[in-house]
Design a protein around this ligand. Structure first.
Ligand SMILES: O=C(O)c1cc(=O)[nH]c(=O)n1[C@@H]1O[C@H](COP(=O)(O)O)[C@@H](O)[C@H]1O
Length: 237
């Protein structure tokens, strides 16, 4: 897989018109993430539009509910023909197992590929202080992320979302077949915004991520295609 296929761009935009315009301005991007804001506005039509252009799609709706409800959502996501989906690891093992089984079962029933299910560990907008003082978790960021990723792996989920700072730890703990996807990517000179656990694209990939997720550094750039290509060049360099 070339570096350009390993950089997923988050289409965190308000509506289909804005999304179409951005995708058309950055044809080098081959893998797009559709998240809560855009999917709530457009529904499946935007997914179909991206797939018709030959792009891969990460549907990031971070399901977190009782197992039966999450299984139903995972079957619906599978029918959309997306490549990756997310659930929250903190839904626990019964929910994670239900998500994995629902995707493989629905895909087999329809004779289509199943999306890979990624368990979101600790959001990259949280740091050690927030984890301890607000969530009352006292095992530290890396201990917590490692625990949740191992739980996900043991539940039949194909991968995890973590910050680039925990990637090497998860690679060692969960093995080479476990997909590791890292947001919290900040090229040199770009502001952190609401992110708390970040690294540059080159550092993140060097630590063993399979995919990077980049949003605002590309979507708010004056030239999104150039911003994306600069990230790919940094990764290659
Ligand atoms: O699941 C995600 O993709 C995700 C998990 C996480 O812990 N942190 C995180 O930032 N994300 C997503 O990654 C993207 C990061 O966007 P930027 O901060 O603009 O690069 C957003 O679409 C987030 O929803």
């Amino acid at each position: 897989m070339g570096s350009a296929e390993r950089v997923i761009v988050a289409l965190d935009l308000a509506d289909a018109q804005a999304a179409h315009a951005l995708v058309e301005r950055a044809p080098a991007v081959r893998f797009w993430k559709v998240g809560l804001e855009l999917f709530t506005a457009t529904g499946p039509a935007l997914i179909e539009w991206l797939k018709a252009r030959g792009c891969r799609v990460f549907l990031d709706l971070k399901f977190h509910d009782i197992p039966n409800t999450v299984a139903g959502a995972c079957r619906s996501a599978t029918r959309l023909g997306v490549d990756l989906i997310t659930v929250h690891a903190t839904g626990g093992q019964p929910m994670l197992m239900a998500a994995a089984a629902a995707c493989t079962g629905e895909a087999a029933r329809l004779g289509i590929p199943a999306p890979a299910v990624l368990a979101v560990t600790l959001l990259t907008s949280l740091d050690a202080q927030l984890l301890e003082q607000q969530l009352l978790v006292r095992v530290g960021v890396s201990g917590y992320v490692e625990h949740l990723a191992a739980l996900a792996a043991a539940s039949g989920v194909q991968g995890a979302v973590c910050s680039p700072l925990e990637t090497a730890l998860l690679r060692e703990r969960c093995g080479n077949d476990f997909l590791i996807v890292t947001p919290g990517i900040r090229p040199g000179g770009s502001g952190e915004g609401d992110q708390r656990r970040t690294l540059t694209p080159g550092e993140a990939l060097a630590r063993g991520a399979d995919y990077l997720v980049v949003g605002r550094p590309v979507t708010t750039a004056p030239d999104p295609q150039a911003a994306f290509l600069a990230i790919v060049a940094e990764v290659d360099g």
